[in-house]
Design a protein around this ligand. Structure first.
Ligand code: HEM
Length: 462
């Protein structure tokens, strides 16, 4: 089904611009290469550190601004490694593409299928036709997509509080919080939330998944790791079969009675995607500790509530959304045309990959205006973010992340416990995030370290 143009767009019609050889090389070097070096499916800490040192995302954003000035509205057509690529240059086009998912803009792109089929061959994101419809529906239902508080919220809050407090007891002894110990506590939490308490210490499950994700970083360039995948999926199925009703796997199995979709086949994506929420949590914490006014608001939000019960915590949720706006964990949103597609009076070939580079759209001067490079959680509360069609940290349209509300619940609950009785200072004083300063395009979470001490009230009651 071709995308039909509106009369106004037809009046504007002109051939879509094609990138010069030099500009194609810039897109590869500044937009694609940093993603590959940093690891698309499994982050490589050394690659992420290099990206930060070289200000690589800043270069990507500048390249996009330059392309926009040179080529107008786009989308800009490129040939990269023998494939047709289209690069949207204006915010309105971002929304049009995402709103018209999966037809004619399929999320199951060639590169994504190569990468994700290593560990989730039946994931909804790389499924098409009837399979996609069923698997997507199952994800939406099991993840309670529309609900700020998932049906397992009471159990989720109890688990997060236990694991976060265990982490903080360890932190109280050393006086510092690093990525490594936070990441380990996070993974234990996620295994419990998704698969139940029996999976808490199953590091082997995560290790198998990580091996498959590392292979996924190379997309179609590596053969399938079938033996590892079989081992991983077998282990996963055993946990899922034993998971109780108070887990995400339990919610999934409850829904799957009504569906023909491969239910357990959806779980690998959840385990994988929860990593992005860990990164978001520590970045949001770092933002709060370098923005005293916002930190005071966060502390006042949690100070007035009984956090042992599920809470929506709108300000902390806005901080999480803001961390993903500033540093999108999915910097490249990919779609592939399912047929010859009409675009502003021109045609785009079938199997063209549309590549939405979100770091640019989330900060682009013209659309993001005053908040572009600043920590501005209020835009998620006062309607400004809604007015900008290109702010898509969780994507948008029929391919929008069905886990968004669950992520915001998990991240805000974690932040609530971390802030409840402790004070943080990012250390050594990071040159990357200055107090109330302009925020850099890159922010490596893996090198983060916080000096931590109890609040005066917590110290007094100890
Ligand atoms: C900070 C954390 C997260 C962010 C920023 C995020 C963002 C996104 C984005 C941008 C997409 C669209 C990808 C694309 O079009 O290629 C997506 C898809 C998806 N996400 Fe998330 N996600 C997060 C965590 C999660 C979690 C924890 C879950 C489940 C527990 C989840 C479940 C899904 C699923 C099932 C899809 C595929 C949707 C489809 O097939 O249409 N996500 N997510």
């Amino acid at each position: 089904m071709p995308w039909s143009t509106t009369p106004e767009q037809t009046a504007d019609a002109r051939a879509l611009p094609s990138a010069s050889g030099a500009d194609t090389a810039r897109v590869v070097a500044h937009l694609l290469l940093p993603a590959v070096v940093g690891g698309v499916i499994r982050r490589r800490p050394a690659g992420v550190a290099l990206t930060e040192r070289l200000h690589w995302d800043q270069r990507g954003i500048q390249t996009m601004a330059r392309l926009r000035a040179t080529y107008g509205n786009g989308p800009l057509l490129l040939r990269i490694a023998g494939r047709s690529v289209a690069l949207p240059l204006i915010p309105e086009d971002v929304r049009t593409i995402l709103d018209q998912t999966p037809l004619p803009f399929s999320p199951a792109t060639w590169e994504k299928k190569g990468a994700l089929s290593q560990f989730q061959p039946h994931g909804s994101l790389i499924s098409t036709g009837r399979h996609r419809t069923e698997r997507r529906k199952l994800n939406e239902a099991a993840l309670d997509m529309a609900q700020p508080l998932h049906r397992i919220a009471p159990a989720l809050v109890a688990t997060v509080r236990q694991e976060a407090r265990a982490l903080l007891r360890q932190v109280d002894r050393t006086g510092e919080l690093t990525w490594d110990e936070f990441g380990a506590a996070w993974r234990r939490t996620v295994r419990r939330l998704v698969l139940g308490d029996a999976a808490r210490d199953d590091d082997t499950l995560t290790e198998l998944l990580n091996r498959l994700r590392a292979a996924g970083n190379w997309s179609v360039l590596l053969p399938r790791r079938r033996q590892t995948r079989d081992d991983f999926l077998r282990r996963l199925r055993q946990h899922a079969d034993a998971a109780g009703p108070e887990t995400l796997a339990g919610a999934l199995i409850e829904q799957s009675a009504l569906s023909r979709a491969d239910a357990v086949g959806q779980i690998p994506h959840w385990l994988f995607a929860y990593d992005a929420a860990a990164i978001t949590t520590l970045r949001a914490l770092a933002l709060l500790t370098t923005h005293p006014d916002q930190e005071a608001r966060a502390r006042s939000e949690i100070g007035t509530q009984d956090l042992s019960q599920p809470r929506t915590l709108p300000f902390l949720r806005a901080c999480a959304l803001e961390a993903v706006r500033l540093w999108p964990t999915t910097p490249l949103l990919l779609r592939e045309t399912t047929g010859v597609t009409e675009w502003r009076g021109d045609t785009v070939a079938e199997n063209t990959t549309f590549l939405i580079y979100t770091p640019y759209f989330h900060r682009a001067e013209a659309t993001a205006g005053a908040y572009a490079d600043r920590f501005a959680p209020d835009i998620w509360l006062d309607g400004q973010a809604r007015e900008n069609p290109a702010l898509v940290p969780f994507s948008a349209g029929p391919g929008e992340c069905p886990g968004q509300n669950l992520v915001l619940l998990t991240v805000s609950t974690w932040l609530g416990v971390l802030l409840e009785e402790h004070l943080y200072q990012a250390s050594p004083p990071t040159p990357r995030l200055r107090r109330n300063g302009t925020l850099p395009a890159e922010f490596n979470p893996f090198s983060l370290r916080f000096d931590v001490r109890p609040t005066a009230a917590a110290a007094a009651s100890a």
